[in-house]
Structures are given as C-alpha cells and as structure tokens.
Design a protein around this ligand. Sequence first.
Ligand code: UT7
Length: 329
Amino acid sequence: MTQKITAAITAVGGFVPEDKLTNADLEKIVDTNDEWIRSRTGIEERRILKGQKGTSDLIVPAVKQILEKRGITPDEIDALVIGTVTPDMMFPSTANMVCYKAGLKNAWGYDLLAACSGFLYALTTGAMMIESGRYKKVIVAGGDKMSSIVDYSDRTTCIIFGDGAGAVLLEANTEGYGVLDSILRSDGAGCAHLHMKAGGSLRPASAETVANKEHYIYQEGQPVFKAAVKGMADVSAELLERNKLTGADIAWLVPHQANKRIIDATADRMGLTHDKVMLNIMRYGNTTAGTIPLCLYDWESQLKKGDNIVLAAFGGGFTWGATLVKWGY
Ligand code: UT7
C-alpha cells in the first residue's frame, strides 16, 4: 500500500521593512491617540515599505531565506503560490516576478486573492500540489504592501495596516507531518463592508475614482469585527471537533493579526490559554496575507516537531478559515 503524502512545512522565511510608523507618528497625521489604538487593536507600530518598491520586494527576501536555511538551490522549487491583495501590478502576477527575481527558473506560480485569508487559501492550494504527488517543493507566501492602498487621512483604517511578508516551503512527507486539514469559507455578502472600490474591471481607474479616493481600503469596522469574531472562532472550533482534538492538544494558535480582541475571542472559544497564542500585531499591525507566515517566522525557534498548530484567519470577501498543521521539524 502506498503511504499517504502530506505537505510538511520544512522552512520558514519572513521580511518586514526597516521603516517604522508608530502610534505617536499617526497622532501627528490624524485625530487619534496611542491609548485608543492600543486598547482597541493592540497595535503599537507597523512597518512601511518606502520608495518605488512593491510586494515582490517583501517576498523575495523571505524566499531567499528559505532556500538558504534549507540548503537548496532556486531551481529545485517547482511552484510558488502567493496570497496578496497588493500585487506589484495587475499583471503579470507577483509570483511571476518573484520567480524571476529569486531565480526560481523551474517554477511556475500565481497570485491568489483572498485578502487576510490569502495565506490560508494559498497554503491549502500549495499543499494539494504536494499531496497529488506531482510536485516535490512548493513555496507558499503571503505578503502585502498595505501602505499602497491605505488612506492616511482616514483614522479608522490607517492605524491598522502595515507592510510585511512571510513564506513557507512545503515538501512531500510520508510520516504524517504537515498540513492535515483545512476548513475554508467565503461569503460575497461581506464585500459591502470591506473592499477597494476602483481599479478593477468593474470600475477602472479614472480621474474621478482618484478624486473620490476609491483606490483605498474601504472598511466598516464594526460589521467586520462582529463577523470576524464569530467566523474565526466558529471555524477553529469546527476544525478541532472534526479532528477530535481539544484546546489541550494544540501547542499554538497562529491567528491572523487584525485585532487583539478578535484573537482573544478565538483563543477563548478554542479553550486555549493566551500563552499558546502567537501575537505580533503590536510590532507589525495587520499585514493582511503576511500576518500568519510572519508569526511562524517569529516563533520558528519555539516550534517543536510534532506540535499541533491551528492557523486561523478572517478577512475581506468575506473569506475565512482554519488549517491544522503538524509541525515537521
Ligand atoms: O483584517 C481584515 C479584517 N479587518 C478586521 O478584522 C477589522 C475589524 N474591525 C476592527 O478591528 C474594529 O472595528 C476597528 C479597530 C476598525 C475599530 O474599533 P471599534 O472599537 O469597532 O471602533 P468604532 O468603529 O466602533 O468607533 C468607536 C469610536 C467612534 O467615535 P464615536 O462615534 O463613538 O464618537 C470612532 O469615530 O472611535 C472613533 N475612532 C477613533 N478614535 C480615535 C475610530 N477610529 C479612531 C481612531 N482614533 N483611530
């Protein structure tokens, strides 16, 4: 009998730009204050990618780290899937450009748009490439240059977002490590509450769309918050139940970093103590598809072979989901 192939995570890379945007900096730009931002979101500072640079410039360093850590050459990578809502350009894909810039000569790839759930959607997709037996090494990345679509005169959104990216290497495994299960959901009714109005085929860029500030994130915080608390907690609890696990079996929750209050609610629902929850929102804010792989990157040295890890996200679309991973190294 052939053994089941799973997609094990065998290396992690991450990158945030050097420039910081602190709550004190934001106090000078919009009518807000450090106390409000910390208590409502948990954020203290974010990183900003300055200059004529795009999301590929965040992802390439993460990809290069992976190659170096794992001691493999760029031409060993078969495919690259990138979750992002801020591609370098509408086309070609950012994956196309990352393959080019990082020298992944034998890889093909594409961008996947699922906003804050982008990394989970991409991870599930990349895992299926490995599970099929067709590919041996697939890189899955999540990254966003959110500063490129943030309106820095809108205090309800500019305090939340930052720039950053992370990536993981997936390799075939027959010992039961890696991506074990995933529940992914979407509901287009949520579009009303979180979207970017213009720049797509529905409403192409024009002088009018620019004047109306339609190329920025539009978010109605409250309905998104309510849906996120329920969506992320429900799907995480369902994932545990489906895999006959309880909070006690989980070593780490790796939540999308949108709001500390949403994260706390999810941990509580899963019966997890807060010391098992990865939290770097204080330092990076919400980097959209970048948050989950950036957490894995920051916590890599604390992860142990065999740890059960739940990754969970909720974001624009609405899209949401939870993924169970058994750590492989
Ligand atoms: O990752 C993608 C998915 N996105 C999310 O998960 C985000 C979900 N939503 C949230 O995290 C929260 O809704 C926000 C952080 C966006 C807002 O927090 P909130 O506790 O829901 O605040 P609110 O929108 O209910 O606003 C409360 C008050 C309002 O003033 P009034 O009407 O009570 O006088 C706002 O105008 O806070 C005011 N406010 C601010 N005050 C200081 C809104 N933004 C700010 C600000 N500084 N930056």
